[in-house]
Design a protein around this ligand. Sequence first.
Ligand code: NOJ
Length: 776
Amino acid sequence: MRKIKLSIVVILGLVLPLVSCGNIESTGNAPQWKSYSGDPVIERKVDSVLNLMTLEEKIGQMNQYSGNFAVTGEVAETKAGEYLKKGMIGSTFNTFGADHIRMLQEQNLKYSRLKIPMLFAADVIHGLETTFPIPLAEACSWDLELMEQSARIAAEEATASGIAWNFAPMIDIARDPRWGRVMEGAGEDPYLGSLVARARVKGFQGIETYKDFSKINTMMATSKHFVGYGAAQAGRDYHSVDMSVRTLHETYLPPFKAAVDEGVTSFMTAFNDLNGVPCTGNKYLFKEILRDQWGFGGMVVTDYTAIQEMVAHGFARDIKHATELAIDAGIDMDMISEGFVTCLKELVEEGKVSEKQIDVAVSRILEMKFLLGLFDDPFKYCDAERQKKTVMNPEYLKAAREVAQRSIVLLENKNNVLPLEKDEPKRVALIGPFVKERESLNGEWAIKGDRSKSVTLMEGLQEKYRDSQVKFSYAQGTSLPVIDRTTQKVSTTTVPDRSGFPEAINLARNSDVILVAMGEKYHWSGEAASRTDITLPGNQRELLKELKKTGKPIILVLFNGRPLDLSWEAENMDAIVEAWYPGTMAGHAVADVLSGDYNPSAKLVMTFPRNVGQIPIFYNVKNTGRPFDENNPADYRSSYIDSPNSPVYPFGYGLSYTSFEYTNAMISSKKLERGGDLTVSVDVTNTGNMDGEEVVQLYIHDKVGSVVRPVKELKGFKKIHLKKGETKAVEFTIDEEMLKMYNIDMEWVAEPGEFEAWIGASSADESNHLEFSLVE
Ligand code: NOJ
């Protein structure tokens, strides 16, 4: 297909009077454009295009649609098609394929008077076609390089398939497992969440400096959803968020700031209101924090129909009012609402919105198109040959298998029932709806991951144990219930009954070990998939109870997108393997872990509660005036009368087939001077029979503050590999920076006083305790 070069615009950019050098002049309070790149050449190019544009064309750049506007090479008679013919779409999302996007771009260029390239975006959340584990799972690897690598592969595939802008990473802190979108993020902790945010932004964007955007395999990343979306009231998606400014700054903002520090190019608004102001119309968030305090120069897109939704929120009278509020808040691009495209012109004519405001937004959008090189070659990401060579190439599949292995968390392993050694003769009863389940293995947001290509557990086991002493037989036992969204109940046509129980129980009786694979159907988590009951759905637990009666050891493998209530399973199962949704290579990766070919090393990044009543539950809570006293449980102290305070599995928890001993905790000095540092260290020994990896974690507690501090906070971690019998000293440096917090006046300072630290295997491991003080 013919390549259209848009040199005309570029040439214009160089010869036109170099107006205002990228900074739209500000008069009084008029907004200013501060470019992302800070590069005067790019700024001049942007200005020169902007100066040629009509108001309608500018507004068109701020308009984003989903899906296709052309199906067979000609513009379809749709709303999107209508705007396209007027040259009034700046971006579309979630269409794929080098050839297809080439065709769409051709259509766009045909109608765009100034030949302004369209920007194609997509939700490439955990891989494009090669599907990696869901992000929550991957975060459990605590392996930042690995996460960067999987994001890089996703970018390689996506940029070969026409996509230059990724709506990822989702970096919302999430502490409520009822909320279905916990599967998309990195869990509950702001420190770990910030590092993961950086790793993923780095992976997707693949740049050291903005100049690298000229490379073929770089894409824009999006920090979403700004902000607080993970704190939706009662875990119900899109629900209201009410939190203190302190909590916002201490817990929910840090990953977003980290993404800005990593050079992220775009932000997406959150659907929710934050303390009464919908995020899409929230000046405090976008102007004060993001632009003024953090100096963010990239672009901001709304979430899907979020401008329109401000009417339902009761914040805007109508779409026109909502549009005014959004542009005033500093939003650059309108996803789907059509508020900008239908109302902005009128608002300008009425003097309610200035053309300067629009120029600023359009400059941000144009800058990205220049940085990506789309003005030079609008078909840069449309090389069908490259796409063919890139997607699902064997190297990527290999990486996907490794990432999946490293994301699987071993939760229980009583009497070392695992691994299932290949050379030990054993009859294994394979039971449960996930043994042959294929469709769910990619999890939600596997946008182009072909579900039919994912490897089932059965297939993985068959290959792994082909020539072994382990013999499998299978009975499904029960099936996964399906939710009928119209009644919000389990569908009456798919209610799992107990008819499969007898066959499964019989099989179990005639086996040495029972391996059960259970979980949630993939769309039980993700967007608009909140649950009020987080136990295993349907009658899966009932089946487990029946199997338990056989007295045979049971290994439970779980496939799910959120922490579940495993209170009964934890006590009654011999082994529990949390596989999450492992992606394309699911069956192989789980078989690698079950067989011991890979020794599990992942640790939870979200607390697993005992019941929904404990939610929200997370490790870094504040202490009360009446902390629970184990020696006096009946006292009037902060506790429940019907449940312990502690979770089933804490943050940072995960087992290995080997064991690690922590000894010799030491501190280099009891006093830390401002500007100085000290070292804490521990010796970690692999005391078991296998080589393995351990995530060694450092937690710190500020004992007395001008405001109450959490009982502990993660401040560092190291993932180390230890051969059996090997000992390594693990050291962490503690400095003043690490002790900083928002004091009573909301200043970011370290307050002098006493601190305690723990170096351990999880947030609940307090065996290696150290103390020091920060002195003036
Ligand atoms: C709505 C989701 O909240 C957001 O994360 C996603 O990027 C958009 N839809 C586009 O698919």
